[in-house]
Design a protein around this ligand. Structure first.
Ligand code: AR6
Length: 178
């Protein structure tokens, strides 16, 4: 059965899904925004795991860890995705953002997740324009869901009304294929 996409406004650290995706940076060192919130909620064990297993992560890719204290409400994995910094749109940003979502989805799928929650990767301090970020996110995740065997529910957890509305518009405009 093909999976489905849901949109909701909220804080991704409060969501009970198998895997949540983080908008991280290449150093995997933690930071502000959703990254800071996820590190605070997970506790130091997740940062220790990042340091011991990985030596950073290139833009457009992602790595997977356990979820630390986020496990208290059922989250099993955190996928740390590195989206592109927006530099005007001629620096491969769209491909890199697509790749960050796709890699994240596949890592969650390979781990055996049935549900996964995403934030709006790159749409905060990395400056990716909201309408474009939403369109790339939804198209990529929709295309992944079509082929998924394990993941059946993909949730976008959007922190502000503006972001939620941009995703709602992009979802309405999503073409049936491609
Ligand atoms: N739950 C869901 N979404 C959130 C939350 C939350 N708790 N907090 C913020 N957002 P950003 P980026 C939204 O800046 O643009 C970090 O310092 C936020 O409103 O977190 O990919 C990293 O370490 C926005 O819509 O990520 C990197 O250095 C979206 O999450 C850098 O920021 C993404 O905003 C990554 O920048």
């Amino acid at each position: 059965m093909p999976g489905w996409i849901e949109l909701q406004r909220g804080d991704i650290t409060m969501i009970a899904v198998d895997a949540i995706v983080n908008a991280a940076n290449q150093a995997l060192a933690g930071g502000g925004g959703v990254d800071g919130a996820i590190h605070r909620a997970a506790g130091p064990g997740m940062a220790d795991e990042l340091r011991s297993r990985y030596h950073g992560c290139p833009t457009g890719s992602a790595v997977l860890t356990g979820s630390g204290q986020l496990g208290d409400h059922g989250v099993r994995w955190v996928v740390h995705a590195v989206g592109p910094i927006w530099r005007g749109g001629h620096d491969g940003e769209e491909d890199l953002l697509r790749s960050a979502y796709k890699t994240s989805f596949l890592l969650a799928e390979d781990a055996g997740a049935r549900s996964v929650a995403f934030p709006a990767i790159s749409a905060g301090v990395y400056g990716y324009p909201l309408a474009g970020a939403a369109a790339v996110a939804l198209r990529t995740v929709r295309d992944c869901l079509v082929r998924a065997e394990s993941i059946e529910r993909a949730l976008f957890v959007l922190f502000s009304t503006d972001t939620l509305e941009a995703f709602e518009r992009a979802l309405r405009e999503l073409t049936p294929r491609g």
